[in-house]
Write a protein that binds this ligand. Structure first.
Ligand code: GLC
Length: 596
């Protein structure tokens, strides 16, 4: 090779190499790469749960539907949420209002058509919002073709469900189930099928037979279902009742009585310890398969429903850095630990928040849930006065908040008489006890305005009664009012996008019985302090006296609960931190300006 040519090549290599080294150093110092790699949508978005029967009735027939949701996308956009989790809209006999799926890849006519669904996805995406589907893998409806064919022992469906022989016949000639396992909705989890002359297992209603995940064909079919929706462009899944996916193989084992639960009723699910029917190790293997499937598509989320007092059992669903599973299991501890106002103190809030943050596996992302379609409304459980404070808490903590529709307005539980009760769980407890168990009160129609039926439908009636408070508690009124829960929620949704909240650190400067607080801070960014008065009394708090870290002498009010109308805490006012006035249940967000 010509020597001159060789020298030119060498020079060129040295030149390109130098440029690469400069770029790499520059990136390392100024973090250019950080700006290029965006956070996944589910880390930056508020997830908003829409219960489709109750959101908006676009094709007026008493029940909400998909076109109704599409017509309210602008509301969601203005609210500032980033993703919609849609409770099931699949074909269903509605025994459990859509959680009994008769066809996993079709839309139930009550909600509209597949074209309506596609239109919803397109509309959401066009406006920059995401759609997360509810995926119900543990069971199908008894009307699903797979179950019908399983009853008839038609292959390959014969073993698609959990079938077992009877243990004998009692004195009345009734078949005796294979073991003592109970349904979450009370009573035996076994149902006798005359045609097949066997029992089948159902962790929920008899109309919701459990699928058999030990059968690899079931696993393949369910992966096809996920793929179907992923190809349609949905942005991920909320996975229903995941902990129930597997049971032990040996069906002769009875579950032990939960001697410390205090439950005496042998039909109550809590009467037993569910050692053989929930959180079996095989479940995580299937979650892993689904994770790998979702990973083939960019930016998809997997959120899983796991209720368990045992934090370690819940955390397993995150997986770890080498074997990632769900993006997050829902954090239900703000619901489970804080059932009523008496449970809510500064200390219990701190404990509950730490419980998640301290136990979460390295590198994982937290989430905060205060309500959903299975739990009472925040205002009714904990108090109307706390609505804003708890929205401040969930939207400003590090992690993803999940908001149930109507919580931005402070919607309340609706009284439903026994005759009007629809929820199967409520119905199975009977007229004396249904109110403790029915989920109807938190599922009533969204309150849009003060017109008939709260503006939810133009039909003459609604599938569940509208809460009579709709005349004053509705979107329109809260949009027009000078201050409202809705306005606070919208401000929070904007605020949480600031670096301090999306990337900043957290500290808990003052936590007492009455007071809960957290500080969000980040070098070079604004510092915020949220103070919550968990008591029902008006207080003047000296934050300095209790603080475990230095606080400035005063701070500027950014946001306060609607219940506080004092001049002293008007947004923009400066409040001395040794005399912070708070009304009962108030949340006060302060901007801590740096002191020289
Ligand atoms: C989940 C759902 C609940 C449903 C149950 C059975 O817990 O959230 O509404 O009844 O699963 O599918």
């Amino acid at each position: 090779m010509d020597r001159k040519y060789f020298q030119i090549c060498l020079l060129a290599i040295v030149f390109v190499g130098t440029i690469i080294v400069i770029i790499v150093c520059f990136e390392a110092k100024y973090g250019i790469r950080e700006k290029v790699v965006e956070s996944p949508f589910w880390q930056t978005s508020v997830v908003y749960q829409v219960y489709p029967r109750s959101f908006y009735d676009g094709q007026p027939d008493e029940t909400g539907d998909i076109t109704g949701i599409t017509s309210k996308v602008d509301y969601l956009l203005e609210l500032g949420v980033g993703a919609v989790w849609l409770s099931p809209v699949y074909t269903s006999p509605m025994k459990d209002f859509g959680y009994d799926v008769a066809n996993f890849t079709e839309i139930d006519p009550i909600f509209g058509s597949m074209a309506d669904f596609d239109d919803l996805v397109t509309t959401l995406h066009r406006k920059g919002l995401k759609l997360v589907m509810d995926f119900v893998p543990n069971h199908s409806s008894d009307q699903h073709e797979w179950f019908q064919r399983s009853v008839r022992c038609e292959d390959p469906y014969t073993d698609f469900y959990i079938w077992a022989n009877s243990s004998g016949v009692d004195a009345n000639g009734t078949q005796i189930p294979p073991n003592n396992w109970l349904s979450v909705f009370r009573g035996s989890a076994w149902e006798w099928n005359d045609e097949r002359q066997q029992f089948y297992f159902h962790q929920f209603l008899p109309e919701q037979p459990d699928l058999n995940y030990r059968n690899h064909l079931v696993r393949e079919e369910m992966k096809k279902v996920l793929t179907f929706w992923l190809k349609k462009g949905v942005d991920g899944f909320r996975i229903d009742a995941i902990k129930h996916l597997f049971e032990v193989e040996d069906l002769s084992q009875n579950e032990p009585v939960a001697t410390h639960s205090g439950v005496q009723d042998p039909d109550d699910y809590d009467y037993l310890n569910h050692t053989y029917t929930v959180d079996q190790p095989e479940t995580l293997t299937v979650v892993r398969e689904w994770r790998q499937l979702l990973n083939q598509y960019p930016d998809r989320v997997m959120m899983v429903e796991v209720y368990n007092d045992d934090i370690d059992a819940v955390m397993k669903y995150y997986g770890n850095e080498t074997v990632p599973l769900a993006d997050f299991p829902f954090n239900f501890f703000l619901i489970d630990n804080l059932q009523s106002r008496g449970d809510l103190t500064g200390e219990s809030l701190r404990y509950t928040i730490d419980l998640w943050l301290d136990n979460m596996p390295e590198g994982k992302w937290p989430n905060w849930v205060t309500g959903n379609h299975d739990n009472g409304r925040v205002a009714s459980r904990l108090g109307r006065d706390l609505v804003d404070a708890l929205n401040m808490l969930t939207l400003l903590l590090p992690g993803t908040p999940v908001t149930y529709y109507g919580e931005e307005l402070g919607m309340e539980n609706t009284f439903i008489s026994w005759d009007e009760t629809k929820d199967p769980e409520g119905c199975r407890w009977g007229p004396d006890l249904y109110q403790e168990h029915s989920r109807d009160p938190e599922r009533t129609p969204m309150q849009w305005d003060n017109c008939t039926n709260a503006g939810f439908t133009t039909a003459n009636s609604t599938w569940l009664p509208v809460n009579p408070n709709y005349k004053v508690l509705n979107v329109k009124a809260q949009t027009q009012a000078e201050t409202s829960h809705l306005k606070i929620y919208k401000e929070l949704a904007v605020l949480r996008r600031a670096d301090t909240f999306s990337k900043g650190h957290i500290a808990f400067p003052v936590v007492t019985k009455e007071i809960f607080s957290f500080l969000r801070y980040l070098e070079g960014s604004e510092k915020y302090l949220l103070v919550i008065n968990t008591s029902e009394e008006e207080l003047e708090v000296n934050l300095h006296r209790h603080a475990n870290l230095p606080l400035p002498s005063s701070a500027v009010v950014v946001l306060r609960s609607v219940t506080d109308t004092s001049e002293k805490t008007h947004p923009g006012s400066e409040v001395p931190l040794d005399k912070v006035p708070l009304v009962g249940g108030e949340g006060l967000l302060l901007n801590l300006q740096a002191e020289d």
